[in-house]
Design a protein around this ligand. Structure first.
Ligand code: G3I
Length: 355
């Protein structure tokens, strides 16, 4: 009799071990290269990418592995901003940017550049300098020619201008507008095009995804640029969303269409979906987030002028949002242990079902 119970115990033990093994989160089978987003994107040809931070790229092997496996495009989160790449008036620092470009080339990934002109992330010498209009134009032209020229043929697209429109649709106050005037927008695109005629050049904005006074302002300014023959390729919709501030998918579609009617590309450039303002269980929040990611990728794929779908990071472990909120948020498609989330599955499903 004792032998009988012992035998049953051994059988139950073996069965339970095998069940734990298959359900343990740390042992979820990682997407293989034949089921990665990069592989699934081959079908539609979409540029699927993520913003890259230097510190984890240098120090975290799993970060590098997942980045190379899942994406065909990348963009430096900070390494090519004015303050990082041009820290002193007569000094450029390309080390970090070069590391990112080299990583992309080694892993068969396209590189986008971010950003030639912004009113944030400016170095002290520029913010505090008292330059004449001509001096500032000379500084900006030299910056663009030097940076774009260095990566000519390596960087396929630039966020030429980043965030220059105010909420009411007018031009945002900045050192560039005050000192040079509104024509600074044209000059950035003209100089970037002269420095690399083959690079796609974008006007990148946040909170301009739907139909609003801000997106109307962007539309008006960009339409005028097109009419004047300024070499602008398209616009970037950053898509920084949250569970409490979801995208209005119908409006996003109408917005993309009106820029398409101008003959312009529209990129989704910085998508992430903050969860801190969400309601419901963790599983319900992950379902809500997954729907947003899937909806936006589906909309992008339904427009021939939307060729790029970029995330602002890819793992919750390194999102910029954590440093803003001071807490661990879950805005991206891999969790802090690099396990794919429901949002990852939503993107994979949309890519897999694309034409
Ligand atoms: O590199 C310095 C480090 O030396 C220093 O010790 C540390 C503390 O002061 O700061 C580090 O620089 C920080 C940098 O990120 C790199 O980590 C800056 O302070 C910090 O302001 C900067 O934040 C970035 C922010 O843009 C401003 O440039 C975020 O990481 C980045 O995700 C965010 O990205 C922007 C896009 O460029 C444009 N669209 C919106 C998006 C989110 O704000």
């Amino acid at each position: 009799m004792k032998r009988y119970f012992l035998l049953i115990f051994i059988v139950l033990f073996i069965v339970s071990c095998s069940l734990i093994k298959h359900n343990s989160p740390s042992l979820i089978v990682r997407p293989t290269s034949t089921s990665s987003l990069k592989f699934l994107a081959l079908k539609s040809g979409i540029e699927i990418g993520a913003a890259v931070a230097l510190q984890p790229l240098r120090e975290d092997e799993t970060y590098r592995e997942v980045l190379a496996r899942e994406f065909n495009t990348l963009i430096p989160e900070n390494a090519m901003k004015f303050d990082a790449i041009h820290p002193e008036r007569y000094q450029y620092k390309f080390k970090g940017a070069d590391e990112i470009v080299d990583f992309a080339e080694k892993n068969n990934m396209k590189v986008f550049g971010h950003t030639l002109l912004w009113h944030i992330a400016l170095p002290k010498w520029l913010k505090e300098g008292d330059f004449t209009r001509n001096e500032l134009m000379g500084i900006l032209r030299d910056h663009i020619y030097t940076v774009v020229g260095r990566y000519k043929g390596k960087i396929v697209a630039w966020d030429a201008v980043n965030e220059a429109i105010a909420r009411d649709g007018s031009l945002l106050d900045s050192i560039w507008l005050r000192k040079i005037g509104p024509e600074y927008l044209d000059l950035v695109f003209q100089w970037a095009h002269e420095a690399d005629p083959n690079a796609r050049l974008f006007f990148n904005e946040f909170s301009a995804e739907g139909l609003s006074s801000k997106s109307d302002g962007l539309y008006a300014i960009v339409s005028s640029m097109v009419q004047r023959g300024i070499p602008i390729t398209g616009i970037g919709l950053q898509m920084h969303k949250s569970l409490g501030n979801p995208p209005n998918v119908q409006q996003v579609a109408k917005n993309i269409k009106r820029f398409a009617d101008l003959g312009l590309e529209v990129q989704i450039t910085e998508m992430d979906v903050k969860t801190g303002d969400g309601k419901g269980s963790l599983s319900q929040k992950m379902d809500q987030q997954a729907k947003m990611y899937g909806d936006i990728l589906h909309i992008c794929l339904s427009f021939s002028n939307c060729k790029t779908f970029m995330l602002w990071g890819f793992t919750d472990r390194y999102s910029w949002i954590n440093s803003i909120t001071g807490t661990q948020d879950g805005p991206l498609i891999f969790d802090i242990s690099y396990q794919p989330k429901k949002s990852y599955d939503a993107l994979a499903s949309v890519l897999n079902n694309s034409k």
